[in-house]
Design a binder for this molecule. Structure first.
Ligand SMILES: [Zn+2]
Length: 452
């Protein structure tokens, strides 16, 4: 795929496969020069750095070797740098979706057809995603492919399998834990295989979660718990887990003070649920937005459109699939946690509207009472902290990876403006977003494939 300015490594590989070694040698000097990281200077920018502070007017960002070399109102720009004047536009960190599932085994719509999802994420300006449960070898493969430049996509972080009880809720994507004695083996297995956290699942008892937290601490692996109705329960907070995978159903004053004491974080997942809640909350035209319409395979789009039409026509169907009262309750919980200083992390758990749902998540967080800048922080600074990569990405600061969006608008005033992306820079390279749109030649119709 001809999207990135290719790295010299991936070109080396391709060159070896295409040419004889002798011809390759002649070419390689030329190629590696032509494809060295180009210095880029973005000037006349309004900068949102992701730390939650006010917008910096007339800012500049200098990008070199894939990283931010300098940022501020006075930056000296080397003469060889490519200058991009973005007058009136806003520069902000690219976004992260910290609860998704890219490889949920045979349960998925589109078995192994993950490329369109990766494209959809990037098209929507999402350069980091956290897979909170899936098939480990497949996730490793996607992660490695992206790292090596063989496939295009956001940076992938994953937990691998869920750790659940002897009778797991999702057997295909779980490892069973019968006794606490298994915790060291399970946690070191995940660590060895590149997991960014342990996902503890609903049927584990407190002693088992405690054992996972203890082992996690030993190897510096956070534990993220989905305890279903018991997200936010005292006995779960006090295990010392790093985060709940979803917004708790309700939080009392005691819950909030326990969460403060144990430094519990929460992944928000307010946009989860597929077509019906999106239709109810966003109106019937929501699927017309470019993040969905232009990146999703048409067969899938049509299938979901049918659900949208059903939702519009059938109130009973809607009420069976979506509770407005429950939605309001969770929105209240978001605001209460935010006011109590609980770190919130944007994650969608949405496996239908990849990329688009993250922007909707931010809109829901603003609807719940966060300011747009606070909402942006949940998908930037707070997101990187969850996977212990605050020193690498999440904010626009000197030395961090240059994952940057140029926005036509003022997202600090209207969160919907995060959708108006005019440029995406990933790891210091300008991505050709038009190449991320759905291409039937590269992604043939897979709707006829039957699973089982
Ligand atoms: Zn999930």
């Amino acid at each position: 795929m001809n999207i990135l300015t290719k790295t010299s490594e991936s070109l080396l590989y391709r060159s070896i496969t295409k040419f004889t070694f002798g011809i390759f040698l002649l070419f390689s000097a030329f190629i590696s020069n032509a494809n060295a990281f180009e210095d880029i200077a973005i000037v006349n920018a309004r900068i949102i750095d992701g730390n939650g502070g006010p917008v910096i007017e007339n800012g500049m960002v200098l990008i070199s070797e894939g990283k931010i070399k300098a940022i501020g109102t006075s930056v000296s720009i080397p003469t060889k740098a490519k200058i991009i004047d973005v007058e009136g536009k806003t520069v902000m960190p690219a976004l992260a979706d910290m609860h998704t599932h890219l490889a949920w085994g045979g349960e998925d719509f589109d078995l192994l057809g993950y490329q369109w999802k990766l494209n959809a994420y990037l098209y929507a300006g999402v350069t980091n995603v956290f897979d909170l449960g899936g098939v480990l070898p497949q996730l490793k493969q996607i992660q490695t492919g992206i790292k090596n430049g063989e496939i295009i996509g956001p940076n992938i972080h994953y937990v691998g399998p869920l750790i659940d009880s002897v009778d797991p809720a999702w057997p295909e994507v779980s490892r069973s834990m019968v006794s606490e004695a298994q915790a060291p083996g399970l946690v070191s297995y995940l660590k060895r295989n590149g997991a960014s956290a342990v996902k503890a699942y609903a049927k584990l008892n407190r002693a088992q979660v405690l054992a996972l937290v203890r082992e996690g601490k030993r190897v510096e692996l956070p534990v993220i718990l989905d305890g279903w109705a018991l997200n936010g329960a005292f006995h779960n907070i006090t295990t010392g887990i790093t985060a709940f995978a979803h917004t708790p159903r309700e939080v009392s004053a005691n819950t909030l003070s326990l969460m403060q004491r144990f430094k519990t974080q929460v992944i928000t997942t307010r946009s989860v649920g597929g077509a019906v809640p999106h239709t109810v909350l966003r109106g019937e035209a929501f699927m017309e937005n470019e993040f969905i319409k232009n990146t999703m395979p048409p067969w899938l789009f049509n299938k979901i459109q049918q659900d949208v039409q059903k939702a519009q026509a059938d109130q009973e169907y809607v009420n069976n699939n979506f509770s407005r009262d429950f939605h309001k309750k969770l929105q209240t919980t978001i605001k209460e946690m935010h006011d109590a200083g609980i770190p919130l992390i944007a994650g969608t758990d949405d496996t239908t509207f990849y990329g688009d749902a993250l922007h909707f998540e931010l809109e829901l967080l603003v609807d719940a009472g966060l300011t747009p800048l606070q909402a942006i922080t949940t998908a930037t600074m707070n997101a990187a902290a969850l996977v212990q990569q605050s020193d690498i990405w999440g904010t626009l600061e000197k030395g961090k990876r240059a994952d940057i969006l140029v926005i036509d608008g003022k997202p600090e005033q209207n969160i919907k403006h995060t959708r108006n992306i005019t440029m995406l820079i990933k790891h210091g390279q300008i991505i050709d977003r038009s190449a991320l749109l759905y291409n039937p030649k590269e992604h043939p119709n897979t709707s006829s494939i039957k699973v089982n």
